[in-house]
Design a protein around this ligand. Structure first.
Ligand code: SAJ
Length: 431
C-alpha cells in the first residue's frame, strides 16, 4: 500500500467546511498534511479561526480545538495545494431536479488557482456523468490545464454519518474512481494515508458516482417499504414495528428499517432524485425509485392526518387547536434540520388551522418555544418529530401535567403501553 512520509506530503485544500469538509480538514491536519480549509461563509471561517465548531458534533469539537488547519475565505490559497478536495452541497431544486450550482461554482472558483499537476477530488454526492459533463469543463476552462495531462481528477463520494460515534470519517470504508489510472492511484494513496478503512478502487468516475446514489436510494426504498407497511398494518390492526423486529430475527437476507413521519437529511431524500433525473435524461424511468420518494415525502401529511383523526376521536378539532411539535432536527441527537419532515408537518398543521409550538433543545434558534413546558402549555396534542434521547425518555406525566390527551409518536420512540395506560390517546406510525 502506497504511503507518503509526512514531510513529502502535499498541502491539501478542502473547499467547503460543512458536515463533510470540516471533519476531512481536521483529519488531514491530524495526519500531517498542511491543510487549508476554504469556505465562502466569513462568519463560519471566523468561528473556525476561534476553533469553535459551527454545528453540534462532540467528537469534532475536541478535535477542532487541537487542530492547526487554516480556515479562510480566500480561494486563491488553492494555489498552494497539490490536492484539492471539493465538499460542497449538491441539493435539489423545488422540482426535485439536481441543483449543481454550488458544485459548478466551486469548480469555477478553484480552477484559476490550480497548480499544474494538482489532484482534484470531488466528495460531493453527484449522479453518474457529473464529473465528465460539469466538473471537467469547469476545471479545464478556468485553469487552461487539461485533466489527464496537467490535472488529475478523482471522485470519492462522502460517507459522513453526522452524530455517529461508531462510524466516523476515519473508519468508514470508501470508494474511489479516477479519470485515469494516475488519478486513481494518487487518490487511493491520499485516502489510504487518512483512513483506517478499506478504500476500494472503482472502474471509473461514473462507477464511483453511481455507488453513493445507489446506496442511498437503497435506504430510501427500504424506508418506503416499511412506511407503506405501516399505513397498511394500521388498517389491519397489526403493530408493524413488532413485525419488523420479528423479521429482524432472521440472521440473513433481512435488513430492518423503521417507519416514521418522514425522511430528512441531506442524503436520503435527495440522492435518489439525482439518479432518477440522470436516468430519465438517458431514456429510463425509475418508477420504483420515484414511487418510494412519493411514499416517503407523503409521510409528514400522513402524520398530520393521524393528529386530526385522533383529535376527532376526542371530539376536538385541529382547526384552532394548539399542537406541540417536539423535535426539529432530521434525526436524533444532532442539530441538522436539512429536509427535516418536522417543518413540513408544521406547515401542514398551520394550513389546517392549528396553532403550532415547536421545541427542539438541539435547535433553539428555530424552536418557537424556549422550553418544553412552554411548548406543551395549552396544547391539545403533541407530535414527536425527532427521537432525541430526551424526547425518547419523556414520560406520560409530562403531558398529563398540561392536560394533554393526544400523542402522535412520529418516530415510534415512546412506550405506547405507558402512554395508553396513563389514559392518553397514543398513535404511532404503524402502531
Ligand atoms: N429514517 C427512517 N427510517 C429508517 C431510517 C431512517 O424513517 O429506518 C429517516 C430518519 O428519521 C431521517 C432520514 O430517514 O429523517 C435519514 O436517516 P439516516 O439514518 O439515513 O441518516 P442520514 O441522512 O444521515 O444518512 C446517512 C447516510 N450516509 C451517507 O449518505 C454518507 C446513509 O447512507 C446511512 O445509511 C445513514 O447515514 C445511516 O446508516 O445512519
Amino acid at each position: 500500500m502506497m504511503s507518503q512520509s509526512t514531510t513529502q506530503r502535499p498541502t491539501v485544500a478542502i473547499i467547503g467546511l460543512g458536515y463533510v469538509g470540516l471533519p476531512l480538514a481536521v483529519l488531514a491536519d491530524q495526519k500531517g498534511y498542511t491543510t487549508i480549509g476554504v469556505d465562502a461563509d466569513a462568519a463560519k471561517v471566523a468561528q473556525l479561526g476561534r476553533r469553535e465548531a459551527p454545528f453540534a458534533d462532540p467528537a469534532l469539537h475536541d478535535a477542532l480545538r487541537r487542530s492547526t488547519f487554516t480556515a479562510t475565505t480566500d480561494v486563491s490559497r488553492v494555489c498552494d495545494a497539490g490536492i484539492v478536495v471539493i465538499c460542497v452541497p449538491t441539493p435539489v431544486h423545488a422540482d426535485h431536479t439536481p441543483d449543481l450550482a454550488p458544485l459548478t461554482e466551486a469548480c469555477k472558483q478553484v480552477a484559476p488557482h490550480l497548480q499544474k499537476g494538482a489532484l482534484v477530488i470531488i466528495e460531493s454526492t453527484v449522479n453518474p456523468g457529473v464529473c465528465d459533463t460539469v466538473v471537467i469543463p469547469a476545471l479545464e476552462s478556468g485553469s487552461g490545464l487539461k485533466v489527464g495531462r496537467e490535472l488529475s481528477l478523482a471522485h470519492c463520494p462522502e460517507r459522513i454519518n453526522s452524530g455517529d460515534t461508531t462510524w466516523t470519517i476515519q473508519n468508514i470504508n470508501r470508494v474511489v474512481g479516477g479519470y485515469d489510472a494516475e488519478s486513481l492511484q494518487r487518490a487511493l494513496a491520499f485516502y489510504r494515508t487518512l483512513l483506517d478503512a478499506e478504500v476500494k478502487p472503482m472502474g471509473s468516475l461514473k462507477e464511483a458516482e453511481a455507488v453513493k446514489v445507489v446506496e442511498n436510494a437503497f435506504r430510501d426504498i427500504n424506508i418506503a417499504f416499511v412506511n407503506e407497511l405501516a399505513m397498511s398494518f394500521t388498517k389491519l390492526g397489526i403493530d408493524v414495528v413488532n413485525v419488523i423486529e420479528g423479521a429482524a430475527t432472521k440472521p440473513f437476507a433481512f435488513m430492518p428499517h423503521y417507519p416514521g413521519c418522514g425522511v430528512g437529511g441531506h442524503c436520503i431524500p435527495v440522492d435518489p432524485y439525482y439518479l432518477i433525473d440522470y436516468a430519465r435524461k438517458n431514456g429510463f424511468q425509475h418508477d420504483f425509485l420515484a414511487l418510494a420518494r412519493h411514499i416517503n415525502s407523503n409521510m409528514p401529511v400522513y402524520t398530520i392526518d393521524l393528529v386530526e383523526k385522533a383529535l376527532g376521536e376526542k371530539d376536538m378539532s385541529l382547526k384552532g387547536s394548539k399542537v406541540a411539535v417536539l423535535g426539529l432536527a432530521y434525526k436524533p441527537n444532532i442539530d441538522d434540520c436539512r429536509e427535516s419532515p418536522a417543518f413540513e408537518m408544521i406547515v401542514e398543521l398551520e394550513r389546517r388551522g392549528a396553532q403550532v409550538a415547536s421545541y427542539d433543545s438541539f435547535v433553539p434558534d428555530r424552536s418557537t418555544a424556549s422550553t418544553l413546558d412552554a411548548a406543551l402549555d395549552g396544547a391539545f396534542a403533541v407530535v414527536v418529530a425527532t427521537a432525541h434521547d430526551a424526547i425518547r425518555a419523556m414520560q406520560p406525566e409530562v403531558l398529563l401535567k398540561h392536560n394533554i390527551s393526544v400523542i402522535i409518536d412520529g418516530r415510534n420512540c415512546l412506550s405506547a403501553e405507558a402512554f395508553v395506560k396513563a389514559g392518553l390517546l397514543y398513535k404511532g406510525i404503524g402502531r
